[in-house]
Ligand binder design. Structure first.
Ligand SMILES: [Zn+2]
Length: 467
C-alpha cells in the first residue's frame, strides 16, 4: 500500500506586516533586500515583537481544521546554517514538550475520507535564494531577504493519502478553505509550498522537499511512486533519504543525505514570552470566523433552491461567493448564481483576469433584471458581460452601443416568424402534431435575430400562427 504524508506551508498573505517586525508581509512589490530591518535581519541587540494578528489567523486555521488548540503557545528556535536564514535560526513552534503549537491533532474530510492533521504551527519564512542557471550547475546564487520573517503556517498531515488524486483533492479543499477564511491568497506566486513523504508497500520513507506549487506537488508524488515501484520491481532497495524536486526537469533527485541530516538543537525562544490563548479569546475568534464553505453551500441550496452542483462551484470559490453575496436578492438569487457559474467563469479564470475585471455586483443585478424583464436574452447578456468585465460600463449603455436589445416589437417579430414558417414547412407540420418540436422553430427565429428575439413572445406568436 502507498502511504503519502504532506507538510504544507501557507503564507498568511492577508496580513500587513511580518511575524516579528513591522516590515511588509507583502514582500513581492519591493526591490531585492529593501523590505528588511534589524529585527528580520537578526542584527545584534534587536528583539522580536510578535504580530498578534498572525497568532489569531493561525489559530483560526487550526480551528477550521478541527484541531485541538492549547491554552498557551510557545515559540522555539530551530538552529541551522543556510544562506537564506539571516539569523542562523528560524523561530518556529514545536509540540515535543506538550502541545504548544497553535494547533494540535485535527481532521479534514476529503469527500468520505478522513485526513488526520498532525499539527498546525506558526513560523517565519526564510529569505529567497535565486539560482542563476539550472539547479545542477549553478554558477551564481543570489539572496533576497525581503521574504525573511513573513508569517507562515505549517500544516502537517499523517500519511493518510494513498494516491496522487487524493493529494490533489485535499489541496483543492485546503486552498479553498484558506482563501475562504480570508487568511491567504493561494494563487499568489510562492504563497503555498509543500514537502511530501512517500513510501510503498511498507518500505522506507522518502522525503521530497522544495515543491514550489500545488500543481507540482501532485506531479512530484506521482513521479516518486513510479520511481519506487520501478526500483522494487528490479529488487533494488529503496533508500530512506531526502530528495529534491527539480521543477524544471519534473523529477526528484537525491540530495546528499549528510547535508540534510541535521540536529536542529531546538530550544525555547527566550525573547518571546508564552502566549495565553484563553477560552474567551477562542470564543471571540470562533464568532468572527467566516461562514464555512459547506454551510454556504447548504444555505444556497435550501434558501434559494440553487442546484447542488451550481452551489458547489459558487461556495467553494471566494471570488464568486463574495460577488454572489453582494449582488443577490431572494428573487434573483438563482439567476445571478447562473450568470456567475456559466457566463462569468470563463472570463475571470485566472488571478490576473480577476484583478483586471471591472465587474461590480451592481452589474450582475442589472443583467439579471434585464433578463427577467425581457429586455435582453441570456445570449445577449453573455455578450454584455464580456464588455462589462473589460470596460466596467453600465449595462444600459452597452445594450445601446452594441445593439443588444431584444426584438420584442410584435410586428417586427411577426415578419421574421412568417418567413421562418414559410422556409420550414416540414417542421411546422411536425410542430402541429408534436408541440414539443416547436423549439426547433424558436431556434430558427433566434438565428435570424442573432439571439435577440424575446423568447417568450417568440413562442407565443409561433404557437398562435401555426395553430
Ligand atoms: Zn523587518
Amino acid at each position: 500500500m502507498t502511504k503519502i504524508g504532506l507538510e504544507i506551508h501557507s503564507q498568511l498573505t492577508k496580513l500587513e506586516s511580518k511575524l516579528f517586525c513591522s516590515c511588509k508581509a507583502n514582500y513581492r512589490e519591493f526591490e531585492p533586500n529593501t523590505n528588511i530591518c534589524p529585527i528580520c535581519m537578526g542584527l545584534p541587540g534587536s528583539l522580536p515583537r510578535l504580530n498578534q494578528k498572525a497568532v489569531e489567523k493561525a489559530t483560526i486555521i487550526a480551528m477550521a481544521l478541527n484541531c485541538s488548540t492549547p491554552e498557551k503557545i510557545a515559540f522555539f528556535r530551530k538552529n541551522y546554517f543556510y544562506p537564506d536564514l539571516p539569523k542562523n535560526f528560524q523561530i518556529t513552534q514545536l509540540n515535543i514538550y506538550g502541545d504548544t503549537s497553535v494547533g494540535g491533532t485535527g481532521i479534514l474530510m476529503v469527500g468520505e475520507k478522513k485526513i488526520r492533521i498532525t499539527r498546525v504551527q506558526l513560523e517565519e519564512d526564510p529569505g529567497r535564494l535565486i539560482y542563476e542557471g539550472s539547479s545542477e550547475k549553478n554558477l551564481v546564487t543570489l539572496v533576497d531577504y525581503n521574504r525573511a520573517g513573513t508569517p507562515l503556517v505549517e500544516i502537517v498531515t499523517e500519511p493518510d493519502f494513498e494516491n496522487p488524486r487524493e493529494v490533489r483533492e485535499f489541496l483543492n479543499i485546503l486552498s479553498d478553505l484558506l482563501e475562504n477564511l480570508g487568511v491567504s491568497d493561494p494563487s499568489l506566486e510562492g504563497a503555498m509550498r509543500a514537502d511530501a513523504n512517500v513510501s510503498i508497500e511498507g518500505g522506507n520513507k522518502v522525503e521530497i522537499k522544495n515543491i514550489g506549487s500545488f500543481h507540482d506537488l501532485e506531479k512530484a508524488v506521482h513521479f516518486e511512486i513510479t520511481r519506487q515501484q520501478s526500483l522494487r520491481s528490479r529488487d533494488i532497495p529503496i533508500i530512506q533519504e531526502t530528495r529534491h524536486w527539480d521543477d524544471k526537469r519534473k523529477i526528484t533527485i537525491s540530495s546528499r543525505s549528510k547535508e540534510e541530516d541535521l540536529d536542529y538543537r531546538y530550544f525555547l525562544e527566550g525573547d518571546i514570552p508564552w502566549i495565553k490563548i484563553g477560552n474567551q479569546v477562542k470564543e471571540k475568534l470562533k464568532s468572527e470566523m467566516p461562514e464555512s464553505i459547506s454551510s454556504k453551500k447548504q444555505r444556497y441550496i435550501s434558501k434559494y433552491g440553487i442546484p447542488a452542483q451550481v452551489a458547489d462551484v459558487l461556495s467553494s470559490d471566494k471570488f464568486y461567493s463574495d460577488l454572489f453575496e453582494d449582488a443577490h436578492t431572494k428573487e434573483n438569487a438563482k439567476e445571478i448564481a447562473n450568470i456567475i457559474t456559466t457566463d462569468l467563469m470563463g472570463l475571470v479564470d485566472t488571478r490576473e483576469k480577476r484583478a483586471a475585471s471591472k465587474l461590480k455586483p451592481s452589474h450582475l443585478q442589472e443583467i439579471s433584471d434585464s433578463i427577467q424583464s425581457g429586455k435582453i436574452t441570456r445570449n445577449s447578456a453573455k455578450n454584455a458581460l464580456y464588455e462589462i468585465v473589460k470596460t466596467g460600463k453600465k449595462l444600459s449603455d452597452i445594450i445601446s452601443e452594441l445593439d443588444l436589445g431584444n426584438v420584442s416589437d410584435e410586428s417586427e417579430l411577426s415578419v421574421i416568424i412568417e418567413s421562418v414558417i414559410f422556409e420550414e414547412p416540414q417542421a411546422v407540420e411536425q410542430a402541429k402534431s408534436n408541440p414539443q418540436t416547436i423549439n426547433y422553430l424558436v431556434g430558427k427565429v433566434m438565428q435570424k435575430t442573432k439571439g435577440k428575439a424575446d423568447p417568450k413572445l417568440t413562442l407565443d406568436l409561433l404557437k398562435k400562427k401555426i395553430r
